[in-house]
Design a protein around this ligand. Structure first.
Ligand code: PLP
Length: 382
């Protein structure tokens, strides 16, 4: 027997639960919601009802666990559903420590949830470990890390932050949506759980809303999370699960290509006097060294630019693009642009001159030309 270990990109294509009873190359979509019981009352595969255990999840969950080097994965109806499931596992009176800059809708939910469920929510500065340690003292139940942070692109040192979290008794969760398992493996760096909005790079085509958790341990807390999913019904449909597994086949090439284009665009845009570029791949980024250490093969396809002309100039730039699509979200084949503060609305921490770019798979020269005409046309009107 060969001992050759397949690379992760190969496993995504080959599959882990490939159905070949008809010689098919593509897996079928399993739709059954219920399963026949044996005469002795048992169930052949232990499955009773697909709210608790769906065949359609077997392949994408196994692939996700493999990608992250985890023990198991669980799919959810959205990234938010995965995140709020973790929060619903907390007891009233828990202290939870979250980054100040993070995905805005979760922050919004957290503030509401914290006050109604009597969970004490404290925020730390994303890249400041001393500040994080102060916030973890004397004890915390949960430490949340989002890196790179959406949309301001701070990098948190996962290994150092996770070690601190564990010192103060916290379970450590990393939202790795932007980095993807291609570029960062948080479980290897000490995290307990990894969260993905699978609506982004994992699916990659702006046609599925899905979320996922991946665990490093099959422990009682993991069983509790799966139980919350089963009982709350926070589940994904079989067709979405199938589309997700299909999208994941091309994850590596998509992420690598988008990241290479994003780095090149960041370098070109940094030469524009009216812009500041936020991207961890640039040596000028304050956490560039950490990103080099914890990210592999690139720094992601998401970047932000700050327009020195202020909010109006930033909005005008987004209104002048012809190729980028003016839409929220990230991680798909098409490039997207947005004036982020307008999307987040009242109470946002996002600077009002920030333009968020999700770089897709178009030719990078076309993307640059589009951005430059949008910026320069604006200058000609200044
Ligand atoms: N985490 C990050 C970093 C995100 O960008 C998003 C969505 O934009 C989410 C979580 C929530 O995911 P979903 O939209 O799938 O609920």
């Amino acid at each position: 027997m060969s001992t050759h270990q397949l690379q992760r990109e190969t496993v995504l294509i080959k599959g882990l639960h490939a159905q070949d009873s008809h010689g098919e190359v593509v897996n079928p979509i399993h739709l059954s919601t219920t399963f026949v019981r044996n005469l002795d009352g048992s169930y052949p595969e232990g499955r009773v009802y697909s709210r608790a255990s769906a065949v359609a999840y077997d392949e994408p969950e196994a692939l996700l666990a493999h990608l992250e080097g985890g023990k198991e994965a669980a799919l959810f109806a959205s990234g938010m559903a995965a995140a709020t499931t973790v929060l619903q596992s907390l007891k009233p009176g828990s202290r939870v420590v979250f980054p100040r800059l993070m995905y805005w809708a979760l922050r919004k939910w957290l503030l509401h949830f914290g006050s109604t469920w009597q969970v004490e929510v404290v925020f730390y500065d994303n890249a400041d470990l001393a500040n994080l340690e102060n916030k973890l003292r004397p004890k915390a139940e949960l430490l949340w890390i989002e890196t790179p942070a959406n949309p301001t692109m701070e990098i948190t040192d996962i290994a150092a932050a996770a070690a601190l979290g564990h010192r103060y008794g916290a379970r450590v969760v990393v939202d790795s949506t932007v980095a993807t398992p291609v570029q960062t493996k948080p479980l290897e760096l000490g995290a307990d759980l990894v969260l993905h909005s699978a609506s982004k790079y994992l699916n990659g085509h702006s046609d599925v809303i899905a979320g996922a958790l991946v665990t490093g341990q099959r422990d009682a807390h993991w069983a509790q999370l799966k139980n919350i999913r089963a009982l709350s019904g926070n589940i994904l449909g079989p067709f979405e699960a199938w589309l997700l597994a299909r999208g994941m086949k091309t994850l590596f090439v998509r992420v690598q290509a988008a990241s290479a284009s994003a780095l090149w665009l960041a370098q070109q845009l940094a030469r524009q006097p009216q812009l500041d570029v936020l991207y961890a791949g640039l040596p000028a980024h304050p956490q560039h060294e950490i990103a080099l250490r914890q990210m592999r093969g690139g720094f992601g396809g998401l970047l932000a630019i700050l327009h020195k002309g202020g909010k109006e100039a930033a909005i005008a730039t987004t209104n002048r693009v012809r190729l980028f699509k003016r839409a929220t979200s990230l991680g798909a084949v098409e490039s997207l642009i947005e004036h982020r503060a307008s999307v987040e609305g009242v109470g946002t921490f996002c600077p009002d001159n920030l333009i968020r770019l999700s770089v897709g798979l178009e030719a990078k020269e076309d993307l640059l030309a589009d951005l430059l005409q949008a910026i320069n046309e604006e200058n000609s009107h200044a």
